[in-house]
Design a protein around this ligand. Structure first.
Ligand SMILES: Nc1nc2ncc(COP(=O)(O)OP(=O)(O)O)nc2c(=O)[nH]1
Length: 271
């Protein structure tokens, strides 16, 4: 089956402690400049995050998270119609981000962080990305166990989609995301990646986010530093393209768009 080229979601972490680029874009001017560069490099979605989700990250208050992300979203929206997703677990942050111009709520907690999250998502009327995470960011990598990781992640995501729709979120606004690296061992991540066609077959747009993640270093020990994982990051997301994911969430947009252009040329030649 020939799939469309996935959209490229560029990551803008307005945080001091994100695992792969923490602090580089904490300054508002640096964050806006980075956002502009990612657009120039071909990103058609920008994922704005004000709180790191890595294990052991310091929690951020709602007010602080809003202070980090809302001005940047407003500044981007003032000069570009690029799609903007807000990477947050807090309904209050999602609300402020949508008011500032965001189009998508990217929730790594799949609307579980607060009891009213599904209702807020419905009220906002924005697209919602539901991601699987086992446990909490602080403890999720402490020996995660599954009987059948693919079946359990699939069941979780479908259940969260049903909860969102029961609260009033429109089906066509729901995305699913397997949550690579969120409470998974290397084996769990690889099983989920191999089963991506099964997740895509559920009929929701799928977001794949594996950029610079630790499991790449488990395969290539030379890549202990997150910045040394570009090759693995490109490989995973090209696999996602082969599987028909809707979008890939990456830090290295320029390299990803080039890789996808070559992938598209090869696929098109084989038609
Ligand atoms: N939907 C979705 N959102 C995500 N948000 C953050 C991270 C972690 O990456 P990063 O933002 O670079 O790190 P940090 O959370 O430390 O800021 N991964 C995902 C992901 O895989 N899917």
């Amino acid at each position: 089956m020939i799939h469309a080229v996935p959209r490229v979601m560029g990551v803008v972490n307005v945080t001091p402690d994100s695992f792969s680029d923490g602090g580089r874009f904490f300054d508002p001017a640096a964050a806006l400049s980075h956002a502009r560069r990612l657009i120039d490099d071909g990103a058609t979605i920008l994922d704005i995050g004000g709180e790191s989700t890595r294990p052991g990250a310091d929690p951020v208050s709602e007010a602080e998270e809003i202070a980090r992300v809302a001005p940047l979203i407003r500044a981007i929206r003032a000069e570009s119609d690029v799609a903007i997703s807000i990477d947050t677990m807090k309904p209050g942050v999602a609300r402020a981000a949508v008011a500032a111009g965001a189009d998508i709520w990217n929730d790594v907690a799949a609307l579980r962080f607060a009891p009213d999250a599904p209702e807020v998502a419905a009220e906002l009327g924005c697209e919602v990305i539901l991601m699987h995470m086992r446990g909490e960011p602080g403890t999720m990598q402490d020996e995660p166990r599954y009987d059948d990781v693919v079946a359990e992640v699939e069941a979780f995501l479908l259940a969260r989609a049903l909860t969102a729709m029961a609260a009033g979120v429109e089906r066509e606004k729901i995305w699913l995301d397997p949550g690579i690296g969120f409470g998974k061992t290397l084996e769990h991540n690889l099983a989920l990646l191999a089963a991506l066609p099964r997740l895509v077959a559920l009929g929701y747009p799928v977001l794949l986010g594996a950029s610079r993640k630790r499991f790449i270093a488990a395969i290539d020990p030379r890549a202990q530093d997150a910045r040394d994982r570009l090759g693995g990051s490109l490989a995973v997301h090209l696999h996602g393209a082969d599987c028909g994911v809707e979008a890939v969430r990456v830090h290295d947009v320029r390299e990803m768009t080039q890789a996808l252009a070559v992938w598209k040329a090869i696929v098109a030649s084989g038609r």
